[in-house]
Design a protein around this ligand. Structure first.
Ligand SMILES: *[C@@H]1O[C@H](CO)[C@@H](O)[C@H](O)[C@H]1NC(C)=O
Length: 220
């Protein structure tokens, strides 16, 4: 009986760990510096790896995250990603960064999701209203106003946003639990897909007239 219990517990443990490692597995080598050409690499779940003996410090380096970006655009924010595309040494390591600049008086990092990463954000300057929405059926908004030094977590996959509610520039830095977190900006994906989603699909989904849908599609 004791043995059966142990076996059951062990099976549950194995099951739980296989769920935990269902994607983005831990690397099986110290690092796997990404290379662009396939000629002398091995394909892994991500990018090809450079032979480790040819790795250099610059494969693990990025500079310029101190520089503010020009936020004069339609939403009033700019994201500067620092992921495997900027630092090839991040390949397989399951982590990355981004700097986000927000224009004063409403600059918005619009509702979006990172399909492969949980995000932890620290405010360096300014005042941000941030939030995320839980899954259906509750769709609960979990939101808070943040100030310099405040840290907020956005769980993987959930739709999130940040808006500058102050009168000065705002700056935040986010850590993401993937070397390639991906981003789906809701409005752009839904109203700006290529080719466009049929207006009837969107008018029913969002309970809007075809004219409004066509207008929104023209904006993205
Ligand atoms: C920021 O970008 C806008 C629009 O592209 C441009 O008009 C403006 O001169 C830029 N500002 C700075 C400080 O570069």
């Amino acid at each position: 009986m004791k043995g059966a219990c142990f076996l059951l517990a062990f099976n549950l443990f194995v099951l739980a760990s296989s769920f935990a490692f269902a994607y983005d597995p831990s690397p099986l080598q110290d690092f796997c510096v990404a290379i662009k050409d396939a000629n002398n690499g091995v394909f892994v779940n991500g990018k090809l790896c450079k032979d480790p003996k040819f790795a250099t410090a610059n494969d693990f380096f990025f500079s310029g995250l101190n520089l503010p970006k020009n936020t004069s655009n339609s939403v009033g924010s700019v994201v500067t990603p620092v992921n495997v595309d900027q630092i090839p040494g991040l390949n397989t390591l399951g982590i990355s960064l981004a700097r986000i600049d927000y224009a004063p008086n409403g600059g918005l990092n619009p509702p979006h999701t990172h399909p492969r990463a949980t995000e932890i954000l620290v405010v360096l300057e300014g005042e941000l209203n941030v939030g995320f929405v839980t899954s259906s059926p509750n769709n609960r908004l979990i939101a808070k106003t943040l100030h310099p030094g405040d840290v907020f977590v956005f769980p993987i996959g959930l739709i999130r946003f940040q808006q500058n509610v102050g009168k000065t520039n705002a700056v935040a830095v986010a850590g993401l639990s993937s070397q390639n977190p991906g981003v789906i900006t809701i409005a752009n994906a839904v109203f700006g897909s290529n080719p466009p989603i049929k207006a009837d699909v969107l008018s029913r989904a969002f309970q809007l007239s075809n004219e409004i849908v066509k207008y929104l599609q023209s904006r993205f």
